[in-house]
Design a protein around this ligand. Structure first.
Ligand SMILES: Nc1ncnc2c1ncn2[C@@H]1O[C@H](COP(=O)(O)OP(=O)(O)OP(=O)(O)O)[C@@H](O)[C@H]1O
Ligand SMILES: [Mg+2]
Length: 239
């Protein structure tokens, strides 16, 4: 009979029940069923969470508290709104602007982690250069539609480090396609060290740059990071 139960549980894709149905000690049939269902659901949720976390490829965080002192939270928004990604409810965007080591990547990562843990959202973190390389590669191999399908499933796309590396023409165009696809359909967080006026240097083409900025800043929140590099401060403290 055990084999039969295992085989049915497998067919029904109840993997927790398949492996553990005979370990649950309860007083009644109903309680038994309830315990099995609860454990099955818990296992599925854990798996989904792990899948979302693995897929997101977020940078690792050290777990030290985020210092908001030098961060200008946009008007009408609170720190918590931002941290818990409220802008995602309406598929709005956030642009994190500031110098090096001020916490742009750190905050974007924390928002990504919350979106996964608290709301089960689908998140993906790329550096701009990393995404553009993937796009160019997929374009060469003819797998661009597949990559776009994956991106279409996301709730939040984090594009880190716009501005550090200029993009070639084709790279800029492909990135524009991604941004267009996300427009009003999902949220993007972009981190950058460049003011909009200088984005031209990244995309190379003024018309393309204008089209990118137009889509990104419509429904977007600008978060300005001031102050000195925390990396620098941390390295001084360690010496
Ligand atoms: N506001 C902050 N609160 C706490 N720690 C911070 C903050 N900003 C930066 N740090 C620390 O400094 C490190 C570097 O920060 P982060 O990578 O977020 O900088 P960045 O703004 O993305 O810089 P870059 O433009 O060079 O990528 C973080 O890993 C973190 O340890
Ligand atoms: Mg960074």
């Amino acid at each position: 009979m055990n084999d039969q139960i295992k085989s049915y549980a497998k067919r029904l894709k109840l993997s927790w029940i398949k492996d553990h149905f005979d370990e649950v000690e309860v007083a009644s049939n109903r309680e038994y069923l309830l315990k099995l269902f609860e454990a099955e659901i818990r296992q599925r949720e854990e798996r989904r969470m792990n899948l979302l976390l693995n897929q997101a490829t977020l940078p690792t965080v050290k777990g030290k508290p985020f210092d908001w002192n030098e961060v200008q939270v946009p008007p009408g928004m609170t720190k918590d709104n931002l941290l818990y990604g409220q802008f995602m409810e309406k598929q709005e965007n956030a642009i994190f602007y500031g110098g090096v080591g001020v916490g742009k990547t750190y905050l974007a990562t924390l928002i990504g982690l919350n979106a996964i843990h608290k709301f089960g959202k689908s998140v993906k973190f790329y550096t701009v250069a990393g995404l553009v390389n993937r796009l160019l590669e997929a374009n060469e191999k003819g797998t661009l539609p597949k990559l776009f399908k994956q991106l279409e499933k996301l709730d939040l796309l984090i594009l880190d480090e716009l501005g550090y590396i200029p993009l070639h023409k084709q790279g800029g165009e492909l990135l524009f396609q991604v941004i267009s696809m996300c427009y009003e359909a999902k949220s993007i967080i972009i981190t950058t060290n460049l003011q909009f006026g200088q984005w031209n240097h990244v995309f190379g083409d003024p018309i393309l740059t204008e089209a990118v900025i137009d889509r990104l800043i419509h429904h977007s929140h600008l978060v300005v990071f001031n102050g000195d590099s925390h990396r620098y401060k941390e390295s001084i403290l360690q010496n």
